[in-house]
Write a protein that binds this ligand. Structure first.
Ligand SMILES: *Cc1c(COP(=O)(O)O)cnc(C)c1O
Length: 391
């Protein structure tokens, strides 16, 4: 477990931005403007040349509402800097275009959009990309020896909730002078802070736990100033800055992040334990279960086990579909990390585009259901699953 006391994080989530002293507002006001005026050309040049921080033009990210959000986000991941983006995919695109030019290796299962970008789009721009399974460590060493300079992965992974050893991967990559970037969306900074464990860059789809209410789309990259600096021009010229309104909404969400994630953890643990006892469930994937393959490792790098879990229904694909379709409280929808619980069947959604054989190779049976456990009463969620699993 990390030695950062949770109180520190909870406080930073609420007070982690420089106060706006003009009118004593307790939270950052929304500067819903595209441009900012200056008293003199000298003042304008101070902002353009980075000598003073101030508003200039919102697409550049030079807007006080964006600054306040980025300051809070950087604090949550113990990062020097954070850049926000219009979506998680916008953040990943800028990351790969900036730091992936000497090759990218993606280890283990990743978000569908990430794999599509890596396998189909970036190679067309001449980037060398490699997607390998989590256990193919001999291939990883060969790629690192061959000069690949960016190692990217998710942990816990989607949808099998495998745990990847962040410290070990960082040591391995750094021995070859490669960077480690982690998609920390599933864990959230409350449960896991990869930069404290040796990773170089952290990415989030803020659409998920950081936003937490299924009402905004945004992304973020965090890391050292030196590594984030070159990403800035890509964001500016791809034009992927989020609107000030979205940033204000995300800042509002961050104030409750810590209490939300703690409750997601508690609810998911209760649901996982109930499902592990259920006769119609063949398997539960949740790192918080003591017999989960990743449990011991998770305890060394996570403060909580998260709100995501997967269950494998006894029978086949149609039996799982029947359960998904019979759930009443838990909605059938993609996405995750919101206050409301959601269910998806990976073979019909996130992993629909790959063959059944490839799904089997990745350990994703067609009878698997992925649950994003929300903040409803855990007993009501368990009752909903029990009625859906009933005869
Ligand atoms: C949703 C998601 C993304 C993509 O984020 P968007 O905000 O939808 O662009 C990337 N990685 C993970 C793990 C996700 O869940």
């Amino acid at each position: 477990m990390s030695d950062t006391p949770p109180q520190r994080l909870a406080t930073r989530a609420i007070h982690g931005h420089t106060a706006d002293d003009a009118y004593g507002s307790p939270y950052p006001p929304v500067y819903n403007t595209t441009t900012f005026g200056f008293a003199s050309t000298a003042d304008l040049l101070d902002v353009i040349d980075g000598r003073t921080r101030g508003g200039l033009y919102t697409r550049y990210g030079l807007n006080p509402t964006i600054f306040a959000l980025e300051e809070t986000l950087a604090g949550l991941e113990s990062a020097e800097a954070a850049w926000v983006f219009a979506s998680g995919m916008a953040a990943l695109s800028a990351l790969f275009l900036t730091h992936g030019r000497d090759g990218i290796v993606c280890v283990g299962d990743a978000y569908g959009g990430t794999l599509e970008l890596l396998e189909r789009q970036l190679p067309g721009l001449g980037l060398r990309t490699h997607c390998i399974l989590g256990h193919e460590t001999d291939r990883l060493d060969a790629l690192l020896a061959d000069g690949v300079k960016l190692v990217f992965f998710e942990t816990p992974t989607n949808p099998t909730l495998d745990i990847v050893d962040i410290r070990a991967m960082a040591a391995r990559a750094h021995a070859h002078g490669a960077l480690v970037a982690i998609d920390n969306t599933f864990a959230s900074p409350v449960n896991q802070r990869p930069l404290e464990l040796g990773a170089d860059i952290v990415m989030h789809s803020a659409t998920k736990y950081l936003g937490g209410h299924s009402d905004l789309t945004a992304g973020v990259l965090m890391g050292s100033r030196a590594l984030l600096e070159p990403v800035w021009a890509w964001r500016k010229n791809l034009g992927t800055v989020p609107s000030p309104e979205t940033c204000a909404l995300l800042s509002r969400s961050l104030r409750t992040l810590v209490v939300r994630v703690r409750q997601h953890n508690a609810n998911a643990q209760a649901v996982a334990e109930a499902m592990a006892r259920h006769p119609k469930i063949a398997r539960v994937h949740y790192p918080g279960l003591p017999d989960a393959p990743g449990h011991a490792l998770a305890k060394t790098q996570m403060n909580g086990f998260g709100g995501m879990l997967s269950i494998v229904v006894r029978g086949g694909r149609d039996d799982a579909t029947r359960v998904a379709d019979r759930l009443k409280l838990i909605r059938l929808a993609p996405s995750l990390g919101g206050v409301e619980s959601l269910v998806t069947q990976p073979c019909t959604t996130t992993h629909h585009g790959i063959t059944p054989e490839e799904r089997a190779r990745r350990g994703i049976p067609d009878a698997m259901l992925r649950l994003s456990i929300g903040l409803e009463d855990a007993g009501d969620l368990i009752a909903d699953l029990e009625q859906a699993l009933g005869d």
